[in-house]
Ligand binder design. Structure first.
Ligand SMILES: [Zn+2]
Ligand SMILES: [Zn+2]
Length: 267
């Protein structure tokens, strides 16, 4: 960047004192007036303080065009970071402070899982064969994330989106309803596990919820959360609390690193 200073964005030549220039309204770098190739009316607008038309250099334009892609990449990076954080939390044995840890079961909000139970089931392989004979997911344009068999002889298929899951279920019912039952699996709500919670101030579910809301500003009033289970830990005389919440709140919780629930200040 240092080298670019004093040079025209377009022709890369040094800008001399007697040359007229404009600045890109986005990156503020300089460009020769003749290099900007503005129309005469645009030219007249440029010196105005309150003008509607902006001059955006070619590099900024290219960047703006890539914005949707950049945002998508950013979202992916965020997910990766959350995953890494979660792994650290799960692997790290050093959570010693109060309410220091979250153990979470992330559930991608969009996935849909279908369970296929053969009516006269013997083993899942037969059911799988039957499915393969009757259905071709790629022809139906259904993505399959995972196929799994259970000991009970059921086949479980995970689709990346609800829509694809729905499509698969309909196709299955059309083809296999006489031999199989086909059901959607309802996903359990996202669950947060909070460890190392002080037990004196968290005697029951209501008190835990009240403390969570009072002590964690990132939980909004309208956020739904349900304390489902309070476990007394014999080892350190603390509580471990399980809270069900939306995926959104779950992600907020992850980014906090700490959740407070009647904790004692540590210095
Ligand atoms: Zn130039
Ligand atoms: Zn620019």
């Amino acid at each position: 960047m240092e080298e670019e200073q004093g040079k025209c964005i377009k022709c890369k030549e040094r800008i001399e004192e007697d040359e007229t220039i404009h600045n890109c309204d986005s990156c503020l770098r300089q460009i020769h007036t003749q290099c900007a190739k503005l129309s005469p009316s645009e030219e007249r607008c440029m010196p105005l303080k309150k003008r509607i038309s902006l001059y955006i250099c070619i590099e900024c334009k290219a960047l703006i065009a890539r914005m949707p892609f950049i945002m998508k990449t950013l979202d992916e990076i965020k997910l990766d970071i959350n995953q890494i954080k979660q792994n650290q939390i799960n692997n790290g044995g050093q959570r010693k402070t109060y309410a220091d840890a979250l153990e979470l079961k992330p559930t991608a909000n969009t996935e849909q899982t279908i369970i296929i139970k053969a009516k006269n089931k013997k083993n899942a392989n037969n059911t799988r064969k039957l499915i393969e004979e009757k259905l071709n997911p790629s022809a139906l344009e259904i993505g399959i994330k995972k196929v799994r068999s259970t000991k009970e002889g059921d086949v479980i298929i995970k689709c990346p989106t609800k829509l694809e899951g729905e499509k698969l279920k309909t196709a299955m019912i059309n083809e296999l309803a006489d031999t199989c039952t086909i059901e959607k699996i309802k996903k359990r709500p996202t669950r947060i596990k909070i460890t190392g919670v002080d037990k004196k101030e968290n005697k029951n579910h209501q008190e835990v919820e009240r403390n969570l809301r009072k002590q964690n500003t990132w939980i909004n009033e309208e956020d739904e959360l349900t304390v489902t289970f309070i476990k007394h830990m014999k080892k350190n005389d603390n509580l471990t609390i399980y809270v069900e919440c939306s995926a959104g709140l779950y992600h907020k919780a992850i980014s906090q690193k700490k959740v407070y629930a009647g904790w004692q200040q540590q210095h």
